[in-house]
Design a protein around this ligand. Structure first.
Ligand code: SF4
Ligand code: SF4
Length: 330
């Protein structure tokens, strides 16, 4: 399929992305990630993907395994953090990662990317695409680097330059070949190692994450029992869902691009209430997490994490047990 003016088409797509709330957007070609292959395969060979069994290196390395007709990826950055939303900022509260403070981002980002796709397809019949927000097996961070939006920091997360790292990546795979943007050449971490030092559980080596030590793995991604060192890190750091420690110290987040408060949720007792009040029952959990990013965490998983952070829940007093006299006795 030929478009008369690919650069005009790109400008139009970028403007559509901005109109949908994605302030940064870039274009990458969809060829396989050959340079990433040895590193990714070594990472899996070392068993680092064991707790994330849904990841398949062969699929991850080729965006066309997700959408065979893919030729171009439109990669967008969606900022979410807000200056007033500080994990652990209220007295006695536990810490929940900033990306878990708002609505389910899939529900926000997918329809927006789908609207861009629908508008483009209406303008150019024959154009097809696939929207990917976190759920498809894609190397989104590497695609974002390829699209020139930033780099992967020493903490392995994506840093969009001055816009910082408090953002989610979305991808629209398109069946048209558009001139790619210039990829981001190299990282701009310099000699900084702040994130490595700040990690509560020593999960980071430079540009390498060990998921089997990362707090996010055990509080959000899987229900496996953490190793003792990670459990004590959970207790001391008070991260109850996700962890932002490596991003909070990053100098690139000093003046980040903040998320739109109108889009990104209001306060919830789960984020700001004292830890001792957060052992809610199943129906309360459902109500409090409805349509939020926290819904990904199952209620039993939440309670297990609270047990690790706060110790076992107190049993309600049994009639006649303890020092209090049962009713009717004096
Ligand atoms: S998210 Fe937390 S536990 Fe995981 S690497 Fe970053 S600082 Fe370490
Ligand atoms: S804290 Fe320093 S080393 Fe880590 S990602 Fe940020 S700039 Fe890079």
């Amino acid at each position: 399929m030929d478009f008369p003016h690919p650069s005009e088409f790109k400008d139009w797509l970028r403007a559509e992305a901005a109109a949908q709330g994605f302030p940064l957007a870039g274009f990458a070609a969809c060829g396989p990630f050959e340079a990433e292959q040895p590193r990714l395969e070594a990472w899996f060979a070392q068993g680092r993907g064991a707790l994330l069994p849904y990841l398949d290196p062969a699929v991850l390395l080729d965006p066309r395994r997700v959408f065979p007709e893919a030729r171009t990826a439109l990669v967008v950055f969606f900022p979410y953090a807000r200056p007033e939303a500080v994990p652990g900022g209220s007295p006695g509260s536990l810490r929940l990662s900033r990306y878990l403070w708002g609505p389910d981002y899939h529900l926000l980002m997918k329809p927006r990317l789908a609207r861009i796709l629908a508008a483009a397809a209406a303008r150019w019949p024959g154009l097809e695409g696939r929207v990917c927000v976190d759920t498809a097996p894609l190397l989104e961070r590497q695609l974002a680097v390829r699209a020139g939006l930033g780099w992967q920091g020493r903490h392995t997360l994506f840093i969009a330059g001055k816009a910082g790292s408090w953002g989610l990546l979305g991808v629209l795979l398109l069946n048209v070949s558009l001139p790619p943007d210039a990829p981001f050449g190299t990282h701009r971490c310099g000699t900084c190692t702040a994130c490595l030092e700040a990690c509560p559980s020593q999960a980071l080596a430079p540009f390498l994450l060990d998921p089997a030590r990362c707090l996010t793995t055990f509080t959000v991604e899987c229900e496996a029992e953490p190793p003792p060192g990670v459990t004590s890190a959970l207790r001391e750091s008070r991260w109850a869902a996700g962890c932002d420690a490596c991003q909070e110290v990053c100098p690139w987040n000093r003046q980040p691009l903040w998320g739109d408060p109108a889009l990104w949720g209001g306060p919830s007792p789960l984020h700001q209430g004292p830890g001792s009040t957060l052992r809610v029952n199943g129906s309360q959990w459902k109500k409090l997490t409805r349509r939020t990013a926290l819904r990904k965490v199952r209620h039993r998983h939440w309670l297990a994490t609270l047990g690790r952070l706060l110790g076992p829940a107190e049993e309600p007093p049994r009639p006649g047990a303890g020092g209090e006299a049962p009713r009717g006795e004096t």
